[in-house]
Design a protein around this ligand. Structure first.
Ligand code: NAP
Length: 316
């Protein structure tokens, strides 16, 4: 597909921020176009149970995202699967280049590209990615039925992944560099009570050990950061859950960023350093990073885009 589409508001990203912006911009009669990338629904599609989305005591992350997408569509948001490869923000209307060859132009853009999992940067981690090393338990946990698994990290993601992996693994070892977790207390309680989970404090992953033919993980080499002592543990799966970084590649050279790449927005606003460009969700939020806060920011971005256009910034 190639061609040229124009819209008043272009929304890039399909997590809670993007879909909420789609709902609000549609109800403001702005006929927005929302572009989904290669992972429609974003990070929540790689989680299982979500227990902190208001109105649902428990909902599966992928189901929640399907509902959000349907809601945005029902309100009139046009949703297109097309990965944006380049954004021109130098002049208005702004131009987004889709992987399909289509050009999208709009006088207002809402960026909701989210964040993605961080890696440790070890050579052996890279070598065994997809062969036992993963950053997504819901995607890959199934492959480790009755095997020993190691999870690295101490935040919500690490604890949720460790708990989820007990559905498959014979044993899960959570390896953390400190002796306390960042994860919510309710998750910590579940973790500590689980008979299949062991926590290994003050340890870091130094190397993933495995075989070449067939390629696969056999063990991990760990370092005790208090004593410097090295040890090995058998493991068929290694899940890296050490946080996320903002997906800012499209705007890193054009928008102001801070704190490791988060897009700067004005206080109490989603306005970025370029008038008409709004940012919402994990791309800009280094503090809360919750589905509900992302959705709130998507709402703010749509309301601010509506006001921006109402002030006469129409050129398309
Ligand atoms: P996070 O809260 O930033 O935690 C990252 C963890 O990885 C920390 O424990 C950190 O250790 C550890 N870490 C970071 N770099 C490391 C390194 N190089 N080597 C070893 N360990 C390293 O990230 P997250 O768990 O992915 O969560 C991200 C955000 O999403 C958070 O705001 C979280 O609350 C939210 N989230 C919420 C839910 C939920 O509400 N159910 C689920 C998932 C995520 P230190 O503790 O020592 O810094």
């Amino acid at each position: 597909m190639s061609g040229h589409r124009t819209t008043k508001v272009l929304i890039i990203g399909s997590g809670p921020a993007g879909y909420s912006a789609g709902v609000y911009a549609s109800r403001a009669m702005l006929q927005p176009i929302l572009l989904q990338g290669i992972e429609p629904g974003g990070q929540l599609t790689t989680t299982t149970e979500v227990e902190n989305w208001p109105g649902d005591t428990s909902v599966q992350g992928p189901d929640l995202m399907v509902r959000m997408e349907s809601h945005a569509r029902a309100m009139g948001c046009e949703i297109i699967q097309d990965q944006v490869t380049r954004l021109e923000l130098g002049n208005r209307p702004f131009v987004a280049h889709g992987d399909s060859g289509t050009l999208y132009t709009a006088p207002a853009i809402i960026l909701a590209t989210g964040a993605r999992a961080k890696w440790l940067g070890l050579e052996s981690e890279e070598k065994f990615k997809g062969f036992g090393v993963s950053a997504c338990a819901t995607c890959d946990g199934f492959f480790f039925r009755d095997q020993e698994i190691v999870v690295i990290g101490g935040g919500n993601t690490a604890v949720e992944e460790a708990l989820f992996l007990t559905n498959f693994a014979s044993k899960v070892t959570l390896v953390h560099r400190r002796d306390s977790l960042r994860a919510e207390k309710v998750l910590q309680e579940r973790l500590f009570a689980h008979p299949k989970i062991e926590c290994l404090w003050f340890h870091t992953l130094e190397q993933v050990l495995g075989s070449d033919n067939p390629r696969g993980v056999e063990a991990v080499a760990l370092r005790n950061i208090e004593t410097g002592e090295m040890s090995q543990r058998p493991a068929k799966g290694v899940f890296i859950a050490i946080g996320h970084s903002p997906a800012n590649e499209l705007v890193i050279d054009s928008l102001e960023t801070h704190l490791g790449g988060y897009v700067v927005t004005k206080p109490d606003s989603t306005e970025t350093s370029i008038p008409g460009v709004f940012a919402a969700g994990d791309l800009t939020d280094h503090r809360y990073r919750q589905a509900v806060t992302s959705a709130g920011m998507g709402c703010m971005a749509a309301l601010e885009a509506e006001r921006f256009l109402a002030e006469g910034n129409f050129s398309q």
